[in-house]
Design a protein around this ligand. Sequence first.
Ligand code: PLP
Length: 401
Amino acid sequence: MLAVKGGKPTRTKPWPAWPVYDERELKALEETLKNRFWGGGVEESGPKEKEFEEKFSKFHGCEYGVCVSSGTEALHLALLSIGVGPGDEVIVPALTFWATGSAVLMTGGNLIIVDVDPETYCMSIEEVENSITSRTKAIISVYNYGNAPDMDKLLEIAEKHGLALIEDCARAHGFVWRNKPAGSIGDIGCFSFQQGKLMTAGEGGIIITNNRLYAERCRALRTCGRIRGDDVYNVGIDYWWNWWNFRMTQFQAAILLVQLERLEEQTKTRQANSEYLSRRLKEIEGIALLKIDERLTRHQPWPYLFKYDSKCFGNVSVKRFVEALKAEGVPCGGIDHPPLNMTLTAHGSGSRIIRKAKYPVAETAIQEAVTLPQSIFLGIREDMDDIVEAIVKIKTHSGEL
Ligand SMILES: Cc1ncc(COP(=O)(O)O)c(C=O)c1O
């Protein structure tokens, strides 16, 4: 009998705990506490922050890194640093977390929402090309569901039209596309360290780039417009009209330095487990998977996503299927943030949102997708077998639902 109907759950063992920490985080926090440099660096980055900026950006193929308070702010400042403002258009995919779009609205720029590709659920290249106008300034590409849009084509389009390419890597720490780390392919990469992300300090973000001017602009913008005292770099300071504080604390940076040490190994584990799960799920009629581009050689699920076809599960709705899978002991959900075209509004920002009449792929996605959190891929293969067993059990007993 299905667990949702009172039967025994498929899985009762706990899943890997998230976030991961050990003695190293404790030591790093204690060290920071004792050295009494706790806040964000004001003109210069603070000691832990500076070390993290150097190590994280180098790991992701970039020369400069600028720590900030969140992934949302990383995107916001990245857009400002390339000069996006009122009247400028920025192209983003419909299927992403809202912050990708709200960052554009915060600059006063106009948001152009394009549909996603049915095979990858990442931005449709064709729609990007069709949306370019004389006012387009940038494209924000998003790595979603452990996948990537065609980065080669996006780069080609950006170069052809003189646009900036900003990579939203909030869900893509450690990804590699054709030997290039995610974040170093376009002009600027933006990452999040929010609690659920692939590495975390509870909150935080970073901007990485190989463009010194962009980096220095972001550095000044995160700290109320201050520029370095002894190495005054011309960031075009007249341009800045918003004086915010988006600094990160040294405690966050201290934790992130340790989290970065684990990133490669955790990425390999999550990738191996998710690829194994995909091979097994392919065997189940009614479950379909996204096509992960072969050029994306290093990736991991955030979140893992499969398409559910209710017709093969006795017409049980996706909502009921998710309830049943949870009851079997598998943490799961749907796409918890509807597409940008259905959610964001621009009122009060001076911006405009330019929507197409229809977003058939993104709107279908939210009706058929089932997602699994990244942390459950940090365990062993047998954990993946439990997921498969639970799904097969629900399918076999769908008549009970
Ligand atoms: C694709 C994407 N972009 C941006 C963000 C924003 O990051 P943060 O929550 O750190 O502001 C998130 C985080 O949820 C995200 O998933």
